[in-house]
Design a protein around this ligand. Sequence first.
Ligand code: FES
Length: 276
Amino acid sequence: MWDYTEKVKEFFLHPKNIGDIENPDAVGEVGSIVCGDALRLTLKIDKDTNKITDAKFQTFGCASAIASSSALTELVKGKTIDEALQISNQDIAEFLGGLPDEKMHCSVMGREALEAAVTNYRGLPAVVEEEGKLVCKCFDVTEEKIRKVAIENHLTTVDEVTDYTKAGGGCGECSAEIEKILKDIWSLKVPEKPALPKKLTNLQKIALIQEIIEREIRPGLQADGGDIELIDIDGNKVTVALRGMCTGCLMANVTVGGVQDKLRELVSEGIVVEVQ
Ligand code: FES
């Protein structure tokens, strides 16, 4: 049993704006009954102001699909077309006090119906999914949709993509392809860890540690009335002494941990810093 918020229950049991507007100015239809979810959104729009004066929906789907579609109609009413386009699927979920992760695809369907309705109102051709880009055959989900939803919602795992698009939630054959798409999206955006310097001789290592302590660490400590002194370097063991305000400071462990992290990042991952 899903853990629905009171607002989801309310919008499911007593949905607002259910039905079809007669002679609508915009129609957005998304999903398919074969795939388990479908939504038809109709809008009445004031042509002078571009304001949405009425919105109704018809949906085939679960409790969250009904609640999300109803929430969408409430959110768009009174807004201009441009303002309505700012509504994200996260906004729909937030309006309902949240949706179970596995049901986030219902909020995505609402957002898609809104985009389709605006496209229709503007007289633009409906977006046709290109053949050959289909990733999930069970739920008819294209690579374009996976990319768009993953980027908009910061999705990094196949399970999350399934929650938001249903792709991967059937036979599972498309999981590897989804994984590849996610890797491709995020490998372009996640900065790589800086490469450590090539293997150093002992002398180079000692010189580099001294330089980093002088340049990167001491100025910060001195600014707070403290200081650090390099006592000894034995292999990966670096012994230091804390001076000034750092002596006996309650945060000394944190300071030493920070020194160690910096030396591990810039000199060698095996470095251990000890206090004399
Ligand atoms: S092809 Fe995607 S779950 Fe079956």
